[in-house]
Structure formats: C-alpha cells, structure tokens
Design a protein around this ligand. Structure first.
Ligand SMILES: NC(=O)c1ccc[n+]([C@@H]2O[C@H](COP(=O)([O-])OP(=O)(O)OC[C@H]3O[C@@H](n4cnc5c(N)ncnc54)[C@H](OP(=O)(O)O)[C@@H]3O)[C@@H](O)[C@H]2O)c1
Length: 255
C-alpha cells in the first residue's frame, strides 16, 4: 500500500467505530493520506493498540473512549478534538452494531431502542457537534456509514435496515442544510465486508457469508480498506462537488 497521494494532507479527521473493522482501516489509511486522526469507540484497549501502531509508523493519532448511545459522551468527544487540534476538517461517522437477525415480529423492544440510539441518534448528535466545530474554520466534510441493507426491504435485519435508511435521509437533509456553510455531507453503503460484524452475523446465521459471496457480482466480501478508500475520497477536497450522495461500495451487489 505505497500508492498514497496526500489526499487528506493537513486535515484533522474524527473517526467513530475506529477500534476495529472499517473504522480501524480508515484510521490507518487517512493517516497515510496525511491526516491527523482522532479515533473514537468504546473499546479503550483496542483504540490504544491502533493509535500506538499508527504513531509508530509516524502518524498523528489520538484515542477517545466514547459510547454512541450516550449523547453527552459524543459531544464531549468532539470537544476533546477541539482541545487537541483546535479544528475539525473531516468526520467519518462509522460506528454501529448489528442486531440479532430475525423478523420484525420477534425483534425485541430493547433491540429497537439500541439500534435507534447507536445506529441513528448517535450519528445525528455527532453530526451537529461536528458541524458546529467545522463551521468555525469555514467548513468541512462528513461521511456517514450506512449499509446496502438500507436500500431495500430488510426482512432479516429490520431494525438495522430501518435505522440505516433513516441515516440516509439525515445525510441528505444535512447536506442540503449545511451546503452554504461549506460543509459537505455524504453517505456510503458498503455491502458485505470482512469484519467482526459479518462474523457476528455468520455466528448467528451459519452460511450467510457464503450466501453473500455467491450473490455478489464480484463473488467476495470487501476488505475494510476498500470501503475506507471511498470515505477518504469523499472527505477530500477532490470530492468538492459531491454532496448529499449515498455511494454504494458493494461490488455491484445492490445493482
Ligand atoms: N461488515 C459489513 O458487512 C458491513 C456492511 C454494511 C455496512 N457496515 C457498516 O460499517 C460500519 C463499520 O462496521 P464494521 O463492519 O467495521 O463492524 P465492526 O468491526 O463490528 O466495527 C464496529 C465499530 O463500531 C464501534 N461501536 C459499536 N457500538 C458502539 C457504540 N455504542 N459506541 C461507540 N462505538 C461503537 C465498535 O467499537 P467498540 O465495540 O469498541 O465500541 C467498532 O469500532 C458500521 O456502520 C456498519 O453498520 C458493515
């Protein structure tokens, strides 16, 4: 991976869900592209491990322990970014949890509440705090991680799919609302990606990975860094006219 071009040189980028998977890959990629990154998630040990490795490679990275279910925690995380760097140029709102697979009749009230709090409300809170800090320095860019599961009926993960579709709507609304302030907002909809989340789904539903691979035009999962590449470009000035887009990163599985 020596083909980096300084896509994010000089930018301060906050990444949620950065302790593993797509967020961890994004932290490593964005650093190689010249950004100073701030990694947020609940898992302090995992965050510390990633930050230590990035710093050992010469990158600028810090970790903030934060729970997306807790609005005060999220606002405090953005405040800590301001204390660390005095500005925020990019935010990759990527943290999420998958629900217990099953039809909507058996999805529990607690699960619906958790999906709402972490996968939707957390991003709303994060976006408004991020935008408030970005506009103090003339703007920025936000990318929200949605899912291929937001794009059509999702009978197996109905609460997850509903919250991700709601996130698409919020992404578009924010893009239109904040455009004149120089803040671009876009979303990505990954298809199956080789992370702990898909392993968790496989454990609950053996065979789901084979099924996703068989039904994907490219015949395989994405690697986390392949998803992070799209977020990096959307966060960069090279995507200056892209706003309110929900970009598939799924090898054609949603086509
Ligand atoms: N993998 C796929 O096939 C796939 C497909 C479509 C979309 N996505 C989306 O891609 C994004 C990244 O997922 P992934 O595949 O990389 O999954 P992952 O490996 O399970 O990573 C999820 C990340 O979110 C963090 N997180 C979970 N709950 C949190 C909370 N309450 N507060 C703060 N952070 C929290 C986790 O850290 P802690 O546990 O340390 O908090 C972790 O860093 C998610 O938005 C997911 O919905 C994934």
């Amino acid at each position: 991976m020596n083909n980096n071009t300084g896509l994010l040189t000089g930018k301060v980028v906050l990444i949620t869900g950065a302790s593993r998977g797509i967020g961890e890959a994004a932290a490593r990629l964005f650093t190689r592209e010249g950004a100073a990154v701030v990694l947020a998630a609940r898992g302090t040990d995992a965050l510390t491990r990633v930050v230590t490795e990035i710093r050992a490679d010469g990158g600028t990275a810090d970790a903030i322990t934060m729970d997306l279910a807790d609005r005060a925690d999220i606002r405090s995380a953005v405040d800590q970014v301001e204390k660390l760097h005095g500005r925020l140029d990019g935010a990759f709102n990527n943290g999420a949890i998958v629900q217990q697979p099953g039809p909507l009749d058996t999805t529990s009230d607690d699960e619906i509440d958790e999906q709402f709090a972490v996968n939707f409300r957390g991003h709303w809170t994060a976006m408004t705090a991020e935008a408030a800090l970005m506009r103090r320095n003339g703007g920025g860019a936000i990318v929200n991680t949605s899912s291929i599961g937001s794009r059509r009926a999702n009978p197996v993960l109905p609460a997850y799919g509903a919250m991700k579709r709601a996130l698409n709507s919020l992404t578009e609304s924010a893009a239109v609302t904040w455009a004149k302030e120089g803040i671009r907002v876009n979303g990505i909809t990954p298809g199956g990606t080789a992370t702990a989340m898909i392993d968790q789904w496989e454990a609950a539903t053996p065979g789901v990975i084979a099924h996703l691979n068989a039904t994907s035009p490219v015949g395989r999962m994405a690697e986390p860094h392949e998803v992070a590449e799209v977020a990096a470009w959307l966060l960069s000035d090279r995507a200056s006219m892209v706003n309110g887009a929900i970009v598939p990163v799924d090898g054609g599985a949603g086509a």
